[in-house]
Design a protein around this ligand. Structure first.
Ligand code: NA7
Length: 545
């Protein structure tokens, strides 16, 4: 057994350790540094950026309007940064995060190539011990995880994957070096938000493209365009209004919902509104729609039929069009991918839709993929097969709380938290953008700023009052779980077979059929109100000591 006391004296100590240098971690370390606290950030990779550091696949970009994705906390930052596209691509997003880090001199608090393998709570000293890959160790009074909900990629588990002699990588691990596409036969597995971006982007750059589709997804046009200097100047003038609008809306976007009421309009009037939304960039078709579309089966069916017609109108081959139209779930029930010429890609002679619902993949071979019907010769296989949503990022670390209990065991049937911030039995472990917070269901950075501000408020309170321990209460967790469940039950998202429902067939125990309540669907304004109340009431929903 390890002699903890002896080892502990050798570990580097800091009062606060943030884990993860993505969008959440960067803002969190800034807030702690501004308070003059003894805080550092540990990041597994060799640089900052998280999601925007990793996802370098062709076509990777925001689905949120760029000017609603950036941080809102600094007027100066808003003045200085120029977004060049309405939906900014990955390289620019990574440049932005680097710009933020440089501007606020945040790198000095960050330790890269510092992968946390294990975290162990010591009740006697009220500290966490963090063991890093490679043997280094840290201790901290508080750990704040900023791990990201989509940072544990899940490749499929087909036989023969090791035998394939071409290139194959998950989109999250797309190499930094240029990947040749010209003249190659490429297979893409997965048609989620990622697959749809990749497919549309590379269709005209590869020799042959085979799309291995298990279930089709609804998808609508992104509507990207350049942002001119004049437009950017106008955006800058309107930032206050833009962020105020984001704060007002359920999803944290600029698009306001239509309050006329689905049932108060004729089918023609509804169609006219949907025509408008379909032509509007971004998530207008979700955020600007009638609420009934996401609450009532019949309204949802009418909307789904409308989008299905749009797909039929864009795909030349009617048989292919039918295969691209989801029949097992309604519009907006899973995370909606946004696309640029995705459906038109299937009108190209070099793009082939392989319907896995008819002929599943049997195995990978040395030279390609064997389905039950055919063998496909491939040079490159792109695995756009998704993530072990939210809990996967925690599962990668062996986290042991009170009495050595493993977090992975506590969460094996789904995460349990108070408001997504803390979990019972794991004192002084604070989570930003954690499971069952509102981050997963909204415009991510808007919710992140709320979450980080709340955690920072709690930290200030504890410092001020001389408190050294916080723990989540089981009764509060139970009530929060009920609130989270109710947020799903109210909406058709309760039928999601995608990651909104915590599904992932590539993770043992998370297969099709296991629903996990991974996010809060009650909307950003309600969530903000609830967590603000917690703070105003002196955080008495938590055990503070
Ligand atoms: P998603 O949305 O989870 O999509 C994964 C896709 O991969 C989806 O179409 C899956 O089909 C498919 N998939 C997963 N495993 C397999 C296997 N084993 N065989 C065939 N097909 C498979 O992940 P994304 O990366 O697209 O998007 C994640 C988020 O990133 C997105 O929501 C944005 O917020 C950014 P299925 O539907 O399960 O049948």
């Amino acid at each position: 057994m390890r002699d903890d006391r002896a080892v502990m004296s050798e570990a580097n100590h800091h009062d606060y350790i943030v884990v993860g240098a993505g969008v959440s971690g960067i803002y969190q370390i800034k807030r702690l540094a501004d308070l003059g606290l003894d805080a550092i950030l540990l990041e597994a990779d060799d640089d900052l950026g998280g999601t925007w550091y990793h996802n370098r696949y062709p076509g990777c970009r925001f689905d949120s309007e760029s000017y609603t994705y950036g941080y809102s906390f600094s007027k100066e930052l808003l003045e200085e940064w120029h977004w060049t596209e309405r939906f900014s691509p990955q390289p620019e997003n990574l440049r932005y995060l680097n710009f933020v880090a440089e501007k606020f001199d945040l790198r000095r608090h960050m330790r890269f190539e510092s992968r946390v393998d294990a975290m162990t709570w010591d009740e006697a000293s009220r500290t966490w011990r963090l063991d890093l890959e490679g043997g280094d160790a840290y201790t901290a009074r508080f750990v704040i995880t900023a791990l990201g909900p989509l940072s544990a990629p899940t490749p499929p588990r087909y036989e023969g994957m090791d035998e394939f002699e071409g290139d194959a990588f998950h989109t999250f691990h797309w190499p930094k070096e240029e990947v040749p596409l010209a003249g190659r036969r490429v297979g893409v597995i997965g048609t989620g938000a990622t697959g749809i971006q990749v497919i549309a982007e590379i269709a005209d750059k590869v020799d042959e493209l085979f799309v291995f589709q298990r279930r089709p997804n609804w998808s609508v046009p992104l509507g990207n365009s350049r942002i001119s200097d004049e437009e950017m100047a106008e955006i800058r003038e309107n930032y206050d209004e833009i962020f105020a609008k984001c704060k007002q809306t359920v999803g944290g976007f600029v698009h306001l919902p239509d309050r006329r009421g689905f049932h108060n309009l004729t089918p023609e009037e509804r169609k006219a509104h949907w025509d408008e939304l379909y032509a509007t960039p971004g998530f207008a078709v979700l955020a600007g729609n009638f609420a009934e579309v996401f609450l009532e089966e019949a309204a949802n069916q009418e909307m789904s039929d409308y989008i299905a017609e749009r797909i039929r109108a864009r795909v030349d081959d009617p048989e292919v069009a039918e295969k691209l139209i989801p029949k097992d779930h309604g519009f907006g029930i899973q995370r909606l991918p946004l696309e640029t010429n995705y459906f038109e890609a299937y009108n190209r002679d070099n793009v082939h839709l392989v319907d896995l619902s008819e002929a599943p993949i049997e195995r990978f071979t040395k030279t390609g993929i064997q389905t039950t019907a055919e063998h496909y010769e491939l040079d490159l296989i792109v695995l756009a097969t998704g993530f072990n949503i939210v809990v996967g990022s925690f599962d990668k670390i062996d986290i042991r709380g009170l009495d050595g209990v493993r977090l992975g065991d506590v969460w094996k049937d789904g995460p349990v938290t108070s408001y997504g911030f803390v979990t019972h039995g794991f004192p002084n472990l604070l989570m930003v953008a954690g499971p069952q917070s509102v981050s997963g269901s909204t415009n991510f950075p808007r919710a992140i700023e709320d979450g980080v501000d709340w955690v920072t408020g709690l930290v200030e309170h504890m410092e001020r009052e001389g408190l050294t321990r916080i723990e989540s209460r089981a009764d509060v967790e139970k009530a929060w779980h009920e609130e989270v469940v109710a947020s799903y039950e109210r909406m058709l998202v309760r039928n999601s077979k995608g990651w909104f429902g915590g599904y992932n067939s590539n993770v043992e125990g998370h297969g099709q059929g296991t629903f996990h309540y991974v996010a809060y669907f009650g909307g950003a304004p309600r969530y903000r109100k609830l967590i603000t109340k917690l703070a105003e009431e002196g955080y008495d929903d938590f055990d503070l000591a």
